[in-house]
Ligand binder design. Structure first.
Ligand code: SF4
Ligand code: SF4
Ligand code: F3S
Length: 267
């Protein structure tokens, strides 16, 4: 691997909260430092790179020119298309323009997070800025969805590592998600599942039953309809995940979760 050319990566940030970047940098296996120093050349990401302003933009354009057709484009954040895309502009240009330019020379696009994969919370009804996911704008490139709000860090680095190692895209499901990480429902690997099967449900968040591992289905858990690896991989190096912390899954990796979560109230 050490003698292999590192894969160039351009990472765009549009309508987002940077939670996906925060999750990415906490990846423990592989360590994000190993990924960045040994396997990819992260040529542009305005939140992590040392350069800023014109220097950062120049570095991006230089890399895109040199590696045309061979770089991976990562997109974090949705793209607002209402009113000519005015609701997200960077260096005086709209996100939609920047995305089209960055996608033109990309070998493949990874959409990190539910914003770039599905539209995200900014697309919540009535979607005032017209936020859309990447695949509503780019139609001629392979797009790998890595949804979650945010996705698990090791899932993001795992997909990048797969491409860096094998030079191929991972096997995807019918919605463009890597099967390896999104092949099962949270419900399928939830440690509270035996209590679901036994009909033992917590009736309130602060109950002893909730603390004792009773199923959170009656508190709105979306685990039965959510495809993600939280129950098997966990968060923070596998320490926990929402359900283990006593909180129902809100389906953060599923389309339109922002309008369908147990706590959404339509006014
Ligand atoms: Fe933030 Fe969630 Fe969007 Fe990631 S998917 S940028 S965590 S709002
Ligand atoms: Fe399924 Fe949620 Fe109950 Fe876990 S807590 S068993 S995911 S319904
Ligand atoms: Fe999201 Fe549900 Fe996992 S809310 S973090 S998919 S347990």
């Amino acid at each position: 691997m050490e003698t292999k050319k590192r894969i160039p990566v351009i990472w765009e940030h549009f309508q987002e909260c940077t939670g996906c970047s925060e999750s990415f940098i906490r990846s423990d296996h592989p360590l994000v430092a190993d990924l960045i120093f040994d396997h990819i050349s992260l040529d542009y990401t305005d939140t992590l790179m040392a350069a800023s302003g014109h220097n950062a933009e120049e570095a991006k354009h230089e890399s895109m020119k040199e590696n045309y057709g061979n770089y991976i484009l990562v997109v974090e954040g949705a793209i607002p298309i209402k009113d000519d895309g005015v609701y997200c502009t960077i260096a005086g240009r709209s996100a939609v323009d920047i995305l089209k330019e960055s996608a033109a020379g990309a070998a493949a696009i990874l959409t990190f997070g539910s914003c770039s994969s599905w539209g995200g919370v900014q697309a919540a009804y009535p979607n005032p800025t017209g936020s859309v996911p990447v695949d509503e704008i780019i139609k001629d490139k392979p797009i790998i969805r890595i949804p979650g709000c945010p996705p698990i860090g090791e899932v993001m680095t795992g997909v990048v590592m797969h491409y860096a190692t094998f030079g191929t895209l991972p096997e995807l499901d019918s919605m463009g998600r890597p099967k390896q990480f999104y092949g099962k429902r949270v419900h399928d690997s939830c440690y509270r599942r035996p209590n679901f099967d036994a009909g033992l449900y917590a009736e309130s968040f602060d109950s002893q039953e909730a603390k004792d591992g009773y199923c959170l289905y009656k508190l709105g858990c979306r685990g039965p309809v959510t495809y993600n690896a939280c129950g098997t991989m966990g968060w923070n190096n596998g320490v926990s995940f929402p359900i283990k912390s006593g909180y129902p899954c809100i389906g953060c990796s599923e389309p339109s979760f922002w309008d369908n979560s147990p706590f959404t109230e339509r006014l």
